[in-house]
Design a binder for this molecule. Structure first.
Ligand code: ATP
Length: 210
């Protein structure tokens, strides 16, 4: 069975940078699917701008009807901070020995050692770094060591083993950030073409960023 991709994030709001990266990883790595997992209470972020329910609705609107994409509300159903390691544990319980690929951006990967129980993540899933050209992978420190030990450039490794490898995949550089989108909306400008229209409709109707 092909690996399942798990793409977590605050998605405050989701935009084409997230969607295009996930799509390119889905295709290039021949994943069975990508599950978008909006965080309920992101531990690194303090308060989000839109509520968890609204961020979930925006992700749902972005992926509905898109082959290979789905949204998962398990972090909204859990109390307390949304730790990725807990999410991966629950996936592992559900999916037995199926390969799991946690998809993260390079900025997220560079902060990995500050994540709750980060050393357990590779026991549960592979890490796929969707990096934008121009970023540099670390070659020293804990992350450098991790890449030296677990790094692979063989997609077959991600299919053959359930967890444990780090793979980096260059994705099209779309310099879109949720922060910029929120600032733009707060300044009275229109986020059209940075995200699907269905997401923009929810933002307009809920007024969540003004
Ligand atoms: P903010 O601007 O609020 O920090 P963000 O989009 O960087 O928002 P998240 O929604 O938490 O933050 O991002 C989810 C994941 O998507 C992270 O792993 C992040 O690295 C990645 N990501 C964010 N923006 C892009 C982009 N333009 N292209 C590819 N990946 C992205």
């Amino acid at each position: 069975m092909s690996p399942i991709g798990i793409f977590g994030g605050t998605f405050d709001p989701i935009h084409y940078g997230h969607l295009r990266s996930a799509f390119e990883v889905l295709q290039a790595l021949r994943l069975a699917e990508v599950r978008f997992v909006p965080s309920g209470d992101p531990p690194h972020r303090g308060n989000t701008f839109a509520s968890a329910e609204l961020r979930y609705r925006m992700v749902e609107a972005a992926v509905v009807g898109q082959a290979g994409f789905s949204v998962d509300n398990r972090e909204l159903r859990r109390d307390g901070p949304s730790y990725t390691v807990d999410t991966l544990e629950s996936y592992r319980k559900e999916h037995g020995a199926t390969s799991l690929c946690l998809i993260i951006g390079m900025d997220a990967f560079l902060g990995l050692t500050s994540w709750h129980r980060w050393g357990e993540i590779l026991n549960l899933a592979h890490i796929v770094i969707a990096y934008r050209p121009g970023w540099q992978l670390p070659d020293a420190g804990e992350l450098g060591d991790l890449l030296a030990e677990a790094g692979t450039n063989r997609i077959e490794d991600l299919h053959a083993e359930p967890a444990g490898r780090v793979f980096d995949h260059a994705v099209t550089q779309l310099e879109i950030a949720s922060t910029e989108i929120r600032n733009l909306i707060a300044a009275g400008r229109d986020p059209r073409f940075l995200m699907p229209d269905a997401v923009r409709d929810i933002i307009v109707e809920s007024d969540c960023y003004t």
